[in-house]
Design a protein around this ligand. Structure first.
Ligand code: UD1
Length: 418
């Protein structure tokens, strides 16, 4: 297994270009299943989760070409409606094919495991919505078998604004008979991106970004071209990197509005954050101050930035409190960060962090994607070397992470077992 070796205590400077968003790319690739023809997508990041989604589509019979950051998906001739369970075990977001398969073929079989490293991740909201649209569902042994003669529009109120349920239901409803109203829908920017792509294919959807989305079903969806939005979590990770190394970094190709919650927290902690068009500059002249953070659905502070923020607060002056309110086991990074000298107490979903001036390099292990990102950030400011094992987790969501950090002056090397 590959590892990263980081020699820390290097101030980061310069500019870094952000890639297309993982969490936009995955549902948009699933949405290609709804098309009778070929869809062309730009700014597709070369990351492991996208490779898995490409395999999922190919297993279902799509023809996929991926050249640089452009992907062409031809779902015209595909007929298979049983997704690969081996691929679902690799990436739970493959459950996003459920809605499109039902929309296009009226039948789907997917594997949906119940929990993962960051918490329980049931699909009850996806299933509740689909049942209201007339789908018969049998759940057995981790598999979901779903069948419907013709989807019909429905009035659906989600118990919580689940991102995945909102996306699956939007995609199913796009080809349903009649109108679907999705209430208490997720408002993440990736939902708006999915709406824009579906509408480019001929769907009639409005309201994404608000808490009620209206989908007027259409008979069929065709070809479309689309550029995915920049990855706000990748951008946030580099913003924290600038702050934790007391550096000065320009983060390019971002939609600053999507990063408001992260910018606000960094400013509150004392960093200088400025916006110029599609660029954000983050500068820190010394240790930041402690701040409290609560993760919430968008536009609240993103749970996908919580581990990285913890790494930053571990080196801030004073005591910070983090409350994780989205996932129930999202503190896997804590034990690893403790090896690096981070002082943190956990009680339920609350972490109390006493900032220290300097972290120590250590042998640590990435336990999930964002936990891995937090370890990289801690390693960048630690005394001595940090060795991060199991970086396949980091590969799931960061394109060229070591190259991008080296471009900012970091001393980070990837050691390949091969
Ligand atoms: C997506 C993101 C992930 C991010 C998360 C929250 C993708 C591919 N992944 O994941 O990076 O961390 O949003 O912003 O976009 N829940 C239920 N029942 C359901 C569905 C969800 O109880 O049917 C709960 C989950 O257990 C979790 C919370 O709702 O506690 C949020 O989950 P959800 O918004 O669905 O996250 P994902 O779509 O899986």
């Amino acid at each position: 297994m590959d590892k990263y070796v980081i020699a820390g205590r290097k101030r980061l400077e310069g500019s870094v270009k952000i890639s297309g968003a993982k969490n936009s790319t995955l549902p948009i690739l699933a949405a290609c299943l709804l098309s009778q023809g070929t869809c062309i997508l730009e700014d597709i990041p070369h990351i492991e989760d996208v490779r898995v989604m490409k395999d999922v589509l190919e297993h279902l019979g799509c023809r996929v070409r991926w050249d640089m950051n452009r992907m062409e998906v031809d779902a015209g001739g595909m007929k298979r409606t049983e997704a690969s369970d081996a691929l679902a075990r690799k990436m739970r977001a493959s459950n996003l094919v459920l809605g499109p398969l039902l929309g296009r073929f009226g039948s789907a079989r997917i594997y949906a495991p119940g929990g993962c490293n960051i918490g329980d991740r049931p699909m009850d909201q996806h299933i509740k919505g689909l049942k209201l649209m007339g789908v018969e569902i049998v759940e057995k042994g981790g598999f979901i078998d779903a069948r419907v003669k013709k989807l019909r529009g429905a009035d659906i109120h989600l118990d919580m604004p689940s991102v995945g349920a909102t996306e699956n239901l939007m995609m199913a409803a796009a080809l349903a008979d009649g109108t679907t109203l999705l209430r208490n829908a997720a408002r993440e920017p990736e939902i708006v991106d999915l709406q824009n792509f579906l509408n480019a294919m001929g769907a009639k959807i409005k309201g994404a970004g608000l808490d009620v989305i209206r989908i007027d079903g259409v008979k069929k969806l065709g070809e479309a071209e689309h550029t995915v939005i920049p990855d706000r979590i990748e951008a946030g990770t580099y913003m924290v990197a600038a702050a934790i190394t007391h550096g000065d970094v320009e983060i390019c190709n971002v939609i600053p509005e999507h990063l408001e919650p992260v910018m606000a927290k960094l400013r509150e902690a004392g960093a200088m954050v400025s916006v110029d068009g599609d660029r954000i500059r983050v500068k820190a002249e010394g240790r930041l101050n402690a701040v409290d953070v609560r993760t919430l659905p968008y536009p609240g502070f993103p749970t996908d930035m919580q581990p990285q923020m913890m790494a930053l607060l571990a080196t801030a002056e004073g005591t910070s409190v983090i409350s994780e309110s989205i996932f129930d086991r999202r503190y896997q990074h804590v034990d690893e960060l403790r090896r690096m000298g981070v002082k943190v107490k956990l009680e339920g979903n609350v972490a109390v962090i006493h900032g220290v001036e300097v972290l120590d390099g250590a042998f640590v292990e990435a336990t999930d994607l964002r936990a891995g990102a937090a370890l990289v950030l801690a390693g960048l400011m630690a005394e001595d070397a940090t060795i991060i094992e199991n970086i396949s987790h980091i590969d799931r969501g960061y394109e060229n992470l070591d190259l991008k950090f080296r471009g900012l002056g970091a001393r980070i090397t990837r050691i390949s077992k091969a």
